[in-house]
Design a protein around this ligand. Structure first.
Ligand code: NAD
Length: 472
């Protein structure tokens, strides 16, 4: 029986390994992590991450051919294939701070693999890493290996999106495997291909050289984020000219060279990957003597920051230039619907902006805990041009924040409602009831363009949507 071990039981390691276990009953999969609470949660009825369909997949194979453990070294030593899916956040200090990927976790995992291994292994980069990381990992593995073990490094970046992870894993657009163009490298690629071939059609399994696979992941995230920043940039122009961004996106997306997906204007993108990976790309370009290319991609992140700031300015200016002492309901805190993940969520910047203007915030999200929100709000936004200015924010602003477990409670007596996450339940709320219980004039700022503007205006709301004609 082939044995797989995955280091890192996070948003990627957990679901990807659960899918492999589900589709490959002949393979034993062990997911290991240094975090005891995380592993305990994976072994309980209350999984550590919310993802539609994940509970069922885990239930179907846990303790059969899927295991979660903190005994990292034992399971790495026993595995034939070791996936590494640890976090690769943006460096917060030192060389490249604010842009470069922090590979501390990756390097310590690689050193541990070298230390504990007693047999040949395929080591798979599942984390998103800078192009050329495999070369560094090879050096670490071979320099720390006097046992004659053969390590083959593969790049197999993950393209799942949170909120649709199970669907994406079950029917991926493509699986990408990069390996060395040597007999050993080719053999390793074939071994990993054989795992995915249990359920992924052959024409969707792409094989490339190592550097193409590593760079493709950064490029894919940069292109996706670029589409959002492009339509968000258009949304600002729509508001100034009377054009409607939904109509523009529809017309533009009908061109088959462009396509309709990922063209929704919004308060801005969030999540742990887009900003981090573009900044990483920017840093790599700078290190390779390509400042113009770095500048080009940097704009994608800067337009995103601009969009979040624009949203806050619109809220404050619409409410007679002050939100001081006014209750504002924040509906949604996760960075997108169907996940409880709040990493880089635009909610943080919007809340910071409104708190700075002394608003009283009442926040509701169906999947995010109060502790998580407060932890996020206590963090200062990272200023990547001035990383030395990074200071933890004092939590005094928390007196202005209350977290509630119901959208009606959040909106009661509020002056305004801000939709920050596109949760389906927000579309189905009784807005007449909400209006009746709010201060007047009652404002709605729809940061996701998910509500029916006409119906809301009929009720009496003053409505602002992104890139749409303003309330007459
Ligand atoms: P995560 O923070 O949820 O999980 C990483 C886990 O690795 C944590 O539980 C941590 O405790 C564990 N870990 C760190 N060092 C370890 C070590 N030495 N030994 C054992 N465990 C260790 O991160 P994530 O969201 O799953 O992302 C993982 C990687 O996948 C990142 O590189 C990310 O960029 C990439 N990625 C993420 C997504 C996404 O949607 N989240 C999608 C595609 C790719």
């Amino acid at each position: 029986m082939v044995k797989i071990c995955c280091i890192g039981a996070g948003y990627v390691g957990g679901p990807t390994m659960a899918m492999i276990a589900l589709k490959c009953p002949d393979i034993q999969v062990v997911v290991v992590d240094i975090s005891k609470p995380r592993i305990a949660a994976w072994n309980s009825a209350d999984l550590p991450i919310y993802e539609p369909g994940l509970d069922e997949v885990v239930k179907a194979c846990r303790d059969k051919n899927l295991f979660f453990s903190t005994d990292v070294e034992k399971h790495v030593a026993e595995a034939d294939i070791v996936f590494v899916s640890v976090n690769t956040p943006t460096k917060t200090r030192g060389l490249g701070a604010g842009k470069a990927a922090d590979l501390t976790y990756w390097e310590s995992a690689a050193r541990m693999i070298a230390d504990v291994s007693k047999s040949d292994k395929i080591v798979v980069e599942k984390s998103t890493v800078p192009v050329k990381t495999a070369e560094a990992i090879e050096k670490i593995l071979t320099h720390n290996n006097d046992k004659g073990i053969n390590f083959q490094i593969l790049s197999n970046p993950e393209f799942l999106a949170e909120g649709t992870a199970i669907e994406d894993l079950a029917k991926p657009d493509r699986v990408l495997i990069g390996g060395r163009e040597t007999p050993g490298g080719r053999k390793a690629v074939e071994a990993l291909k054989a795992v995915y071939a249990h359920w992924v059609p052959e024409d969707r399994i792409l094989t490339t050289n190592l550097w193409s696979a590593e760079l493709s992941k950064l490029a894919a995230n940069a292109f996706l984020a670029q589409r959002i920043s492009s339509i968000n940039a258009m949304s600002a122009l729509c508001e100034s000219t009377g054009a409607n961004v939904s109509e523009v996106a529809y017309a533009v997306g009908k061109d088959s060279r462009i396509g309709p997906k990922f063209l929704n204007a919004s308060v801005g993108f969030g999540g742990s990957c887009f900003q981090k990976d573009i900044l990483n790309l920017v840093y790599i370009c700078e290190c390779n003597g390509l400042p113009e290319v770095a500048h080009y991609w940097k704009q994608v992140v800067q337009i995103n920051d601009y969009q979040k700031t624009r949203f806050v300015k619109r809220v404050v200016s619409s409410m007679f230039n002050t939100v001081s002492g006014k209750k504002i309901a924040i509906l949604g805190f996760a960075f997108k619907k169907d996940t409880g993940d709040t990493r880089e969520t635009p909610a943080i910047d919007v809340c910071h902006g409104l708190l700075g203007d002394k608003a009283l915030l009442s926040i509701y999200d169906p999947q995010v805990t109060e502790d998580q929100m407060k932890r996020d709000l206590a963090m200062n936004k990272f200023d990547w041009d001035h990383p030395q200015h990074l200071q933890p924010q004092s939590p005094t602003a928390f007196k202005q924040v209350s977290v509630v477990w119901d959208a009606y409670e959040a909106t009661k007596d509020a002056h305004a409602v801000c939709i920050i996450t596109e949760w389906d339940e927000f579309k189905k709320l009784d807005y007449q009831r909400i209006y009746d219980n709010m201060q007047k004039p009652a404002f709605i700022f729809d940061g996701r363009n998910v509500l029916g503007v006409e119906a809301l205006r009929k009720i009496g709301f003053v409505v602002y949507s992104i890139g749409k004609p303003l309330d007459p």
